[in-house]
Design a protein around this ligand. Structure first.
Ligand code: FE2
Length: 289
């Protein structure tokens, strides 16, 4: 998912989301410093453990964590709470008094940590906010819903030719970037719930989030998006299987058509741009071993 940087000023985390411990002040020059009158927040053990495990588990682009590493990371995330990243359900973001109707609420994003092998991010999605269908090329992603209730829809590409030899069908597919995908998840999740994991070709690599109540989602992404390394984010619109099934050779079993959809690659929807904000929660300690 692309996060707007540069043109749009970074929004202060405290003004958009809030944090339990506010210990970071900003100089006029824009450099960040700690308030010397306050002790830095103690790193919650779970967050530090998550970071250290990520360092072991993610070996860089082109690799997928081993099954026992996936389980280790999943167990840590399953136990993690909003408080571990400085959040609380009492914060105003999760209890909005004025909900502006008519305009799609913007999603906010913050990065706890990022290196070439992995990143730890939080997405704040206001009620009725949407992160549209998008992919994670070559990535393994762990998603942990920390707070709120949201609908998740996810797909995986069908791993076999989805088009006939018909010339028209070929040109239709290549011009509109249409492909067949199988539905992996289409349900509502309420925090606290277990971690979901997606892989480069399985587990629901293409997914969409729609917040029912204000949500906070912690994502562990390895490796992170990188345009330069061919891991750019693409967006999709899903069409029912019945919309284009005529002319395509891929036949799904009777009664299973609702498990499939055609995904059309689209430009990033304008109203889905995100605001990047500063992370003000507990900081990770980068130890050498
Ligand atoms: Fe995603």
């Amino acid at each position: 998912m692309e996060v707007e940087r540069g043109d749009r000023p970074i929004v202060r985390h405290v003004s958009r989301v809030g944090y339990v411990t506010k210990v970071i002040g900003k100089r006029k020059s824009g450099r960040v410093k700690r308030n010397i009158n306050m002790k830095p927040p103690k790193v919650p053990m779970a967050l530090q453990q998550l970071f250290l495990t990520c360092r072991d588990v993610f070996n860089g682009p082109g690799t997928i964590p081993l099954p026992h590493h996936v389980n280790k990371l999943r167990l840590i995330l399953d136990k993690m709470k909003a408080e571990d990243v400085g959040l609380s359900s009492d914060l105003q973001f999760f209890n909005p008094t004025n909900v502006v109707k008519g305009t799609p609420p913007r999603v906010t994003h913050t990065t706890i940590y990022e290196c070439t092998n992995f990143s730890l991010c939080i997405f704040f999605i206001p009620a009725s906010g949407v992160i549209p269908l998008h992919n994670h090329p070559g990535m393994t992603v762990f998603s942990k819903l920390l707070l709120g209730k949201m609908h998740i829809k996810s797909y995986d590409w069908v791993d076999q030719p989805a088009v006939s030899n018909d010339k028209d069908v070929h040109s239709f597919r290549s011009s509109s970037q249409l492909g067949l995908a199988k539905l992996k998840a289409d349900s509502v999740f309420t925090a606290p719930c277990n971690t979901s994991v997606l892989y480069p070709t399985t587990g629901g690599n293409i997914h969409a989030f729609t917040a029912i109540t204000p949500c906070a989602v912690l994502d562990v992404i390895g490796p992170p998006y990188s345009k330069e390394d061919g891991r750019d984010c693409s967006y999709y619109k899903d069409h029912p299987y019945s919309s284009f099934s005529n002319g395509f050779k891929y036949e799904v079993e009777e009664g299973e058509s609702t498990c499939y959809a055609w995904l059309e690659e689209i430009e990033m929807p304008e109203d889905s741009q995100m605001d990047g904000i500063e992370y003000l929660g507990p900081q990770i300690m980068e130890t050498s071993c």
